[in-house]
Design a protein. Structure first.
Length: 228
């Protein structure tokens, strides 16, 4: 009986005091707009990570097409685009930003403007540079929220960065290392035929700024053909 009274009392306390606080916190979360080109998959990939980082920090997120960017947006914002896009850089300079120069392949600049609300700008030398910059600002937000200002540029020391994968296909075609005696090869075989594995692997490569995947395998045709 005492246990039932305790449960009923706790329910009253939760819905009377705790639940309104949760609702108030969620409904009054500060809003951040994320502007990016919805049609470019690399930039979309980075924008999704930016959204996740902001939500993890307690912000409400609005996603907008880059074409809708204007000077009248009143909330904080993250803008991901190209340094050569005059429409973006025009608004960027109007809000006190200094456009970077000399951005090459896979390079990006991170900038912060304070006019009105704080805004983060990712300006890529090309599409992949914009993606890498977007991934970097997502990592920065995960760590620091909107508490840090940025005025830096990054460019790759090596244009091709990646990993070598010794890939087993089946028992007839294990890997170059260990042959069929390799337990790791046996465990890996179901996964290399699963498209989900490849999607996760390549996504993680991008997040780690890798852009090359070298797959090593014995002649693949025995694994691709049915037994006669």
């Amino acid at each position: 009986m005492n246990k039932i009274r305790f449960i009923n009392s706790f329910r009253k306390f939760f819905f009377s005091f705790i639940m309104p606080f949760i609702f108030y916190s969620v409904s009054h979360a500060e809003t951040v707009g994320v502007y990016y080109n919805l049609d470019v998959e690399q930039i979309k990939f980075a924008a999704v990570d930016v959204k996740a980082a902001l939500e993890h920090k307690g912000y409400a997120v609005e996603l907008f097409p880059l074409s809708s960017l204007n000077n009248s947006y009143t909330n904080k914002k993250v803008v991901i685009g190209l340094a050569t896009d005059i429409a973006i850089t025009g608004i960027f300079t109007n809000q006190g930003g200094s456009v970077p120069s000399g951005l090459g392949e896979q390079a990006y600049a991170l900038r912060t403007t304070k006019q009105g609300q704080t805004s983060y700008w990712v300006l890529g030398g090309d599409i992949n540079g914009a993606m890498y910059g977007g991934l970097q600002i997502a990592e920065n937000i995960s760590r620091d929220g909107f508490s840090v200002s940025y005025n830096n540029q990054e460019s790759p020391f090596m244009l091709n960065r990646g990993m070598k994968l010794n890939m087993p296909l089946d028992r007839r075609i294990p890997t170059y290392v260990g042959g069929w005696s390799s337990n790791s090869a046996k465990q890996a075989i179901p996964h290399v035929w699963d498209i989900t594995f490849w999607k996760k692997l390549i996504d993680q490569q991008a997040r780690n700024r890798y852009n090359l995947l070298s797959v090593w395998v014995h002649h693949p045709f025995p694994a691709l053909m049915n037994k006669g």
